[in-house]
Design a binder for this molecule. Sequence first.
Ligand code: BT5
Length: 240
Amino acid sequence: MKIIELEEVDSTNSYAKSNIEDFADRTIIHAQKQTAGRGRLNRAWVDLGNGNLFLSFVLKPSNEFSEIYPNITQYLSVVMCKVLENYGLKPQIKWPNDVLIDGKKISGILSETVMQGSKFKGLIVGIGVNLNAKKQDVDSIPNKIATALNIELNKNIDLKTFRDELIKEFFKNYDQFLENGFQLIKKDYIDRNCFLNKELQVQIFDKVEKGIAKSINDNGELILLDNNNKDIVLTIGDIL
Ligand code: BT5
């Protein structure tokens, strides 16, 4: 495991992706500042200033893509919760991988599969965590109610300590995750969910599905029960 520290970068995910050939498996790209942080679907991840966390894991688990790899985002959401629990908080997961404190978003995860033609090159798993932010900056994040760890705990957070705890927790069960996929974390994930048994609207690109969130299956997919008592199985989407 190697950590590459950058002062400033457009996006740790973009940097990791464009230089993936240069990085060994389990390299971590950590930047102090991000000028063009990315979320899913071309959304932006806002840099809330000094002392916040922006990092990407470069993972090369094999030469072939495996269908369990996309579940790494859910794996990382559980890891994130465990780290925050050690700070005395009770985080919750909103499917697929938002980590919330009392309904407020504290962290975002963006996982990307890198292919060269049909050849699998690796995974880039990026995470942003709000650790030290001003309340007014957090309140100006578009389309989301957000928070930061310093606001929740009313004290400054040591960035490096938090980063190292996150990396340690990530690699603790990573090899087991590669063997077992989502099933390894299913219980931990469901124990922390904030969406099951609720009436939901889920946006999948330009379509919205409605139903009661019935369960999460062994692949980490969300099962909605619609008005006609029919199951809808969702692999991706945003709970509205
Ligand atoms: C995410 O996307 O939540 C994934 C964000 C991943 C960011 C990390 S930082 C390191 C690495 N390098 C990158 O370039 N990216 C990764 P999504 O689920 O699409 O949510 C994006 C939405 O979250 C935005 O549209 C805002 O509403 C909200 N948001 C943006 N910045 C935020 C922040 N700092 N805190 C809380 N919410 C934020």
